[in-house]
Design a protein around this ligand. Structure first.
Ligand SMILES: Cc1cc2nc3c(=O)[nH]c(=O)nc-3n(C[C@H](O)[C@H](O)[C@H](O)COP(=O)(O)OP(=O)(O)OC[C@H]3O[C@@H](n4cnc5c(N)ncnc54)[C@H](O)[C@@H]3O)c2cc1C
Ligand SMILES: NC(=O)c1ccc[n+]([C@@H]2O[C@H](COP(=O)([O-])OP(=O)(O)OC[C@H]3O[C@@H](n4cnc5c(N)ncnc54)[C@H](O)[C@@H]3O)[C@@H](O)[C@H]2O)c1
Length: 458
């Protein structure tokens, strides 16, 4: 059987569905092909369920601190993992059903289930069906990397997907990888009541961040009772369910770490290896990311790649922005570009680490005249009132041009407050636009002008 469409979207992640709607509204006949769950990683095994679990972990943590706020509990707090799981699945399931309903009711759009592979630059196969189209929009996302460690075939392990199935509390969760996934899960499971050990091969957590940021995050996790082994590279696995051994090199304290459960959080890889890209002639880089230009166009005319699979972003907001860039390219003379995007993200530990633009180290290495302003969260009235004073805010400015180069806010509500700086950066405003602004009291954002008034050369 064969079918013809004007446009085909492969993968119903964060970019595909809004693009399908836009193309359908523009009068095109569109197919969306999804092999598993609509909504992709964010909705089903990524942002939404993990942040729901972070919320449960926060309540567990604060309930243990309740007496500090003058609140007495009738009983000791106890985490019911079955209920945490049900709440998480409820929130994630509602989001997925919302995307499903949205897709099935879009004018001109047909949702097809199955795994798509290119047969040529103009033809896809989904099961027994051949699909021809003028344009293809690839939104296939990525999955957890699972290195071929000796023992990987026999030792039970979890990735972010398997973590969503846990209904009982692991007694001792070992995590290989001390970055986004490892730290978010590590802190939440410690707060649920597990022993947690993190094994990171780099000499510090979050190796892409500034040293002071890594140190502050490490201190937070250690204060909560998490064991962190740095400079320890996992090289092999041994054991069986309930007694898993991580063999590591580089740190003599953790050559043999043993726990009941193992999470591998060592990065992600794009879902481009089983897509027939060679038959379509689409170029990928050495790690399998589809190579794209400023408009997310691949090297083959008529084929675009959006989201994690193009390696130009690794977040839900960057995937959605790719949709906006592609929609503008296809329907609106390409007004929007990848290079207009300013790097911004947040690690959702509690408190979160929010980041925009350059790190201090990157700014120094760029040879600019760098000014830095730092304020501890203990100077933020709102944080003091909330009893959540961990962390600091740091802003990085070009002293010659007055441009905001970047910032890190590791502190309560930092994930919201950082947008003051991000929007000023998008507006190309000098830092004085923020340092002269009068912010509302008492908020976390209130201290950003003060931090910018205390800039020092570095
Ligand atoms: C644990 C975790 C937590 C995260 N938390 C955050 C966060 O807090 N904030 C944030 O911004 N980002 C977060 N991310 C990252 C975010 O989830 C991803 O960047 C985002 O989901 C990428 O979206 P996408 O559109 O590229 O693809 P995806 O959402 O991965 O969707 C791709 C879709 O394509 C389908 N597909 C793949 N191959 C085929 C094929 N051949 N045929 C048909 N369909 C196919 C897949 O089934 C999937 O549904 C997190 C990720 C993880 C793993
Ligand atoms: N808050 C968020 O936005 C959020 C949350 C979770 C995940 N994500 C996305 O998921 C992606 C993947 O996250 P991640 O944390 O798995 O990957 P990552 O690439 O950010 O970090 C992997 C970590 O594992 C370490 N590592 C690699 N091999 C190792 C080994 N053999 N032994 C010990 N340590 C080893 C690396 O040094 C690194 O610190 C991120 O890039 C991000 O885009 C985002």
């Amino acid at each position: 059987m064969s079918q013809h469409f004007d446009a085909v979207v492969i993968g119903a992640g964060q970019a595909g569905p809004p693009l399908a709607e836009k193309l359908g509204n523009a009068g095109k006949r569109v197919a969306v092909i999804e092999r598993k769950l609509v909504g992709g990683t964010c909705v089903n095994t990524g942002c939404i369920p993990t942040k729901a679990m972070v919320a449960s972990a926060y309540v567990a943590h604060m309930s243990r601190r309740a007496h500090e706020y003058g609140v007495r509990q009738a009983q000791d707090s106890h985490v019911d993992m079955q209920r945490v799981w049900e709440r998480t699945q409820g929130i994630s399931g509602d989001a997925r059903r919302g995307v499903d309903h949205w897709l099935r009711n879009m004018p001109q759009v047909t949702l097809l289930e199955g795994h798509a592979r290119f047969e040529s630059a103009t033809t896809l196969r989904v099961g027994d069906t051949l699909i021809e189209a003028e344009s293809f929009f690839i939104n296939v996302g990525g999955r957890a990397s699972v290195p071929e460690f000796p023992g990987i075939d026999t030792v039970p392990y979890l990735t972010n997907t398997g973590m969503m199935e846990l209904r009982d509390l692991p007694e001792h969760l070992m995590i290989v990888g001390g970055s986004y996934i490892g730290l978010e899960f590590g802190q939440m499971f410690r707060r649920f009541g597990s022993r947690v050990t993190i094994i990171e091969r780099s000499p510090r957590l979050l190796p892409r961040e500034d040293d002071d940021v890594s140190k502050a995050v490490l201190a937070l996790l250690q204060d909560e009772g998490i064991t962190v082994h740095l400079g320890a590279e996992c090289i092999a696995l041994e054991g069986t369910a309930g007694a898993v051994r991580v063999k590591a090199q580089g740190n003599t304290l953790c050559e043999q770490a043993v726990g009941t459960h193992l999470l591998l959080a060592v990065g992600r890889r794009p879902n481009t290896d089983d897509l027939g890209l060679d038959k379509a002639g689409v170029a990928v880089d050495a790690r399998g990311y589809i190579q794209v230009d400023e408009h997310c166009r691949s090297n083959v005319p008529g084929i675009w790649a959006m989201g994690d699979c193009n390696g130009r972003g690794a977040f839900t907001h960057t995937s959605y922005n790719d949709f906006e860039i592609v929609a503008s390219d296809v329907l609106d003379q390409g007004q929007r570009r990848l290079s207009d995007r300013i790097l911004a993200y947040s690690l959702f530990t509690d408190p979160p680490l929010a980041r925009v633009g350059m790190t201090e180290q990157e700014a120094r290495q760029s040879g600019r005249n760098v000014l830095v302003g730092v304020r501890p969260m203990s100077r933020v009235g709102r944080a003091v009132e909330r009893g959540e004073t961990v962390g600091f805010m740091k802003v990085v400015v070009d002293g010659s041009t007055q441009a905001l180069l970047g910032a890190a806010i590791f502190g309560v509500n930092g994930d919201e407050a950082i947008h003051c700086l991000l929007d000023a950066m998008y507006a190309n405003a000098p830092y004085t636009a923020v340092s002269h602004a009068v912010h509302i009291h008492p908020t976390v954002a209130e201290l950003l002008p003060t931090a910018l008034q205390s800039l020092q050369p570095v």
